[in-house]
Design a binder for this molecule. Sequence first.
Ligand SMILES: Nc1ncnc2c1ncn2[C@@H]1O[C@H](COP(=O)(O)OP(=O)(O)O)[C@@H](O)[C@H]1O
Ligand SMILES: [Mg+2]
Length: 250
Amino acid sequence: MLAIDGLTVRFGGLTALEDVSLHAADGEVLGLIGPNGSGKTTLINALTGVYPATGRVRFRGQDLLDLPPERIVRLGLVRTFQNLRVFRRMTVLENVLAAQNGMTGIGFADLIGGRRRDAARRERAHELVERVGLGGDADRLAGTLPLASQRRLELARALVRDPALLLLDEPSGGMTPAETREMTGLIARLACPGRTVMVVEHKMALITGLCTRLAVLNFGRLIAEGAPAEVLRRPAVVEAYLGTEAPVDA
Ligand SMILES: Nc1ncnc2c1ncn2[C@@H]1O[C@H](COP(=O)(O)OP(=O)(O)O)[C@@H](O)[C@H]1O
Ligand SMILES: [Mg+2]
């Protein structure tokens, strides 16, 4: 699904990612952890064409680096944001429809597709809103939802683009343990043949309950990769977390 080879990102004198090589197989849930500032979000930004990077990234056999972000989304690599990007003054359903329109372009479809296509889109948007557990909130303004629901909405907005590789940046950020458990279950049901999930997280409950493989970044370098339980015991990983967040917390 994804093969990253020697990925490097520099901001002036700061090297945010250095020579990172990593792969993700079809259908797996790959966890990406590391202390604050270790380069996790930068990796997502490099994969999605937002930050210029060197090295090589192949996604389903195609080179991604140097492609514009919208092309990358159309190829099926879709992300969510650590800092939510939902439209607060639109309803839940409108948010999902807007993400869908951003994908296919409004106008053209309206001209030739007419009402039937419109109805199909609404039905699909509804389906996804239900799927993330917001069925009862479809007509509520997104800005009035609690944070956990906004994170679910962010997920629906990504899913409407039918990703083959879904990149989740701290999907349970700001959530209570109970909300985090629900989000973990939701994400677990998303991975399937044809869809890989890569999740950036701090919460070990989510990581260990979800990920089939774990990669650890520290100061922009990949310091470990493998089975979650084994990786979390490695001295280099434990040490990377010392003085920051404990790697084994709620
Ligand atoms: N646009 C940017 N310009 C300059 N420095 C950046 C930018 N984005 C990230 N960085 C720096 O790159 C490093 C990694 O950041 P980030 O990827 O956000 O870390 P993480 O998501 O692991 O907490 C940090 O030192 C951060 O300050
Ligand atoms: Mg981050």
